[in-house]
Write a protein that binds this ligand. Structure first.
Ligand SMILES: [Zn+2]
Length: 214
């Protein structure tokens, strides 16, 4: 905990004075262009991996970057989406999964969360991804299945995102774009889903858009 307190001290004495103008401009207003939805994992740091600044990203973090469908009535996630899309008018939504995801490991081995009932229940939002991967890749080894599941989960969550009325409406208007990203912890690489090749490929090389205006 002392590390956090020391960090705050450094921020207050070094970083804040340097960025005083930025923080002043943000004091009563935010207009982020991007809603960034990712896993709660401590190793995934949205602002660091995208080199974003305060005010750039509206961030929603859930275990396994899962997004319940709107009919599931999950107020926490639904309100974050609604506020970003309706009130802030974000232009892009990024759903970002990652390698070595504990939630996806637990989905493959439910015994890992036998004593974590809330987590076990929450993982149902990725069950469609598991069914798909298990059906299509019956002979793959465990590491390969994990990676396939981590990637498929991002696509399933993008589909869940589209069930939200606010998102569906903006997509119909053509002024919102969805992006499926995957962050590799060990390499620092970001992959994005390539619609033409139907696979994830390095971000710089690919079209990232999954929905919205052409
Ligand atoms: Zn994770």
């Amino acid at each position: 905990m002392q590390k956090l307190i020391n960090g705050f001290h450094q921020f207050r004495t070094t970083v804040f004075p340097r960025e005083r103008q930025l923080f002043r401009s943000l004091a009563h207003h935010q207009q982020p262009e991007v809603l960034f939805i990712t896993c709660a994992d401590s190793r995934v740091v949205p602002h660091m991996i995208t080199q974003s600044r305060p005010g750039d990203l509206f961030v929603c973090r859930t275990v396994g970057n899962q997004i319940p469908q709107e009919r599931e009535m999950d107020d926490a996630v639904s309100s974050a989406i609604e506020y970003a899309v309706e009130a802030l008018g974000v232009k892009h939504i990024v759903v970002c999964g990652h390698s070595d995801c504990g939630a996806m490991k637990a989905l493959l081995r439910p015994e890992r969360v036998a004593k974590l009932p809330a987590t076990a229940a929450w993982l149902r939002h990725a069950s469609a991804a598991k069914s798909l991967v298990m059906h299509q890749h019956q002979d793959a080894n465990e590491n390969a299945v994990l990676r396939l599941l981590e990637e498929e989960n991002v696509l399933v969550q993008v589909e869940n995102l589209k069930t939200h009325a606010s998102v569906a409406s903006r997509l119909r208007n053509g002024d919102l774009q969805l992006h499926a990203w995957f962050y590799e912890i060990a390499s620092g690489e970001i992959l994005t889903y390539n619609l033409d090749e139907e696979c994830f490929s390095p971000l710089a090389m690919a079209k990232t858009q999954l929905g919205g205006a052409a």
